[in-house]
Design a protein around this ligand. Structure first.
Ligand SMILES: [Zn+2]
Length: 208
């Protein structure tokens, strides 16, 4: 393994041309999409992922801007983190030793994972926080981690409701409690080895 670079990177082309169909005028157009984003080499692409800009393409015929879907490998070597964005769950990719590897099936989940790991948090504990918080709220919504805020480091989650994005603040003590539960139940973290999709469904298999 080359210093600082997971060995599989050489097999992943940097970008490819893909075909898209405009949702407004119906015309087909081609556009370059990155297949591999290295935070080290392309920090600007990381910012485009987080802002969502990378997933929006403009139709060259009518100017309509639409969200596009494409597979992507995201690697943050300094954080030993690999996230694979793919709508398919049948993935055959080498997970480099010592890396945290995650599978996500949509851009919103990729953005959330990056924010969680950038905040120095554990995504399994965050998933558990969401589970506990939703039970208390009694709502069937999808929470997404947004950021840490304030002197106490409260967790801010977002969720859609009535066509608007709502914010929800949850104390970091909830996160710490979830971390303690995980420490007492090592089988959960053991189940997160390899390229795993950590989400509500994944966690619920342990809580059943
Ligand atoms: Zn168009």
């Amino acid at each position: 393994m080359a210093q600082g670079h997971p060995f599989f990177i050489t097999f992943v082309p940097m970008e490819k041309e893909a075909k898209f169909c405009c949702a407004k005028c119906g015309k087909e157009f081609r556009a370059q999409t990155p297949m591999y984003v290295s935070v080290e080499r392309n920090p600007e692409l990381k910012q485009e992922i987080i802002s969502g800009k990378l997933f929006i393409k403009e139709c060259p015929y009518c100017g309509n801007r639409q969200i596009i879907r494409f597979p992507l490998v995201y690697v943050d070597t300094a954080a030993s983190l690999l996230i694979y964005l793919s709508e398919s769950s049948a993935i055959n990719i080498d997970d480099p030793a010592g890396f945290t590897c995650r599978l996500v099936s949509d851009a919103g989940s990729l953005i959330e994972k990056i924010k969680i790991f950038d905040a120095g948090l554990d995504d399994i504990a965050i998933e558990m926080c969401k589970f506990v918080t939703l039970q208390e709220l009694g709502k069937q919504v999808e929470l997404k981690f947004f950021k840490l805020e304030g002197a106490e480091g409260d967790m801010i989650f977002t969720y859609p409701e009535k066509g608007e994005m709502q914010m929800l603040s949850v104390g970091l003590n909830v996160y710490e409690d979830c971390r303690k539960i995980l420490q007492r139940n090592p089988s959960i973290e053991e189940g997160a080895k390899g390229l795993v999709k950590i989400d509500r469904d994944w966690l619920s298999t342990f809580l059943a």
